[in-house]
Write a protein that binds this ligand. Structure first.
Ligand SMILES: C[S@@+](CC[C@H](N)C(=O)[O-])C[C@H]1O[C@@H](n2cnc3c(N)ncnc32)[C@H](O)[C@@H]1O
Length: 277
């Protein structure tokens, strides 16, 4: 995941006025779809092989879990992962959780429920109460993309334990994220950074960066109330370096009760970890 710089959110007079009233304007489905499109574009800007990673995760779901299942999407953002899952597997359902009001509104308005198969949940995954907010408590597979590096090692340990309790025995957890190298792997870590730079030079991408996307969306008066809440819930620029290296993830997953914990896809530090309950 990209290094997060402090983002300064410039706000137009319109946005400030809307935020003061506490009301957002109407966000049409097509406007929300355009925000989703831009979100996906900026995520590819940050995670170059994002689509290849999605494909690896969906293939893994098909071979390990099947084509008819209930998924839990942790840190769903605007719903990119759930959308790909539900479009490929028409008999699947997904519960998508996030704590960002802006991303949730864009997801809900732009993607909807995909025929009642997608449920959105507004909950903080760092707290103990989020499983109670779910409409069901038994899942065949849990997925997460580019999200769990936001968590401290202690938060991640707790999260893994809660996810394990929500999965049926034999269910799978698939985490696609940038998983860091241990301190001793200096050359490989530097290599990963240089390889990303080479890839950017070879395939310069038009489109926004993370910072530019957030500046723009937080200035959209139709999302003013959600932007206000976003600032309260995420008062600091988040992220930075990933919190656990691969061994740390393996240990935390084992302690949470998972077995058969393996890397199933990797491109430098961008990896997919699969763990069976
Ligand atoms: C980079 S985005 C990735 C979103 C989506 N999975 C994707 O691949 O497009 C990271 C997501 O994690 C979510 N997140 C971070 N901390 C969270 C928390 N404590 N509870 C729920 N979601 C959280 C953020 O709101 C954000 O949507």
């Amino acid at each position: 995941m990209p290094t997060r710089r402090a983002v300064r959110y410039s706000r137009s007079p319109d946005t400030r006025a809307a935020a003061r009233t506490g009301r957002s304007g109407t966000l049409s489905a097509s406007a929300a779809r355009e925000w989703r499109r831009r979100w996906d574009q900026q995520q590819v800007h940050e995670v170059r092989d994002r689509e290849a990673r999605f494909e690896a995760m969906l293939d893994a779901i098909e071979v390990l879990v099947g084509r008819r299942f209930r998924a839990l999407d942790l840190g769903c953002g605007t719903g990119s992962t759930s959308e790909r899952i539900l479009r490929r597997f028409p008999a699947a359902r997904s519960v998508a959780i996030d704590y960002d009001p802006v991303l949730l509104r864009i997801g809900r308005s732009g993607l909807g429920t995909l025929g009642g198969r997608l449920t959105w949940v507004d909950a903080d995954l760092r707290t103990g109460g989020w499983p109670r907010r779910l409409p069901v408590r038994r899942f065949d597979v849990a997925v997460s993309t580019t999200a769990l590096h936001w968590f401290s090692p202690a938060q991640l340990g707790e999260l893994y334990r809660r996810v394990a309790r929500l999965l049926r025995p034999g269910g799978w957890f698939l985490n696609g994220d940038r998983i860091s190298y241990p301190p001793g792997a200096r050359h490989v870590r530097d290599g990963a950074r240089s390889a990303r730079r080479l890839s950017r030079q070879r395939n310069p991408r038009p489109g926004e960066t993370w910072d530019a996307w957030w500046s723009a969306v937080l200035d959209d008066p139709r999302l003013a109330a959600e932007a206000e809440l976003h600032r309260r819930r995420y008062p600091r620029a988040h992220g930075g370096t990933p919190t656990l290296d691969l061994d740390g993830h393996l240990r935390a997953l084992r302690r949470a009760g998972f077995r058969e914990i393996e890397l199933i896809w990797t491109h430098w530090d961008n990896r997919v970890l699969a763990a069976m309950r």
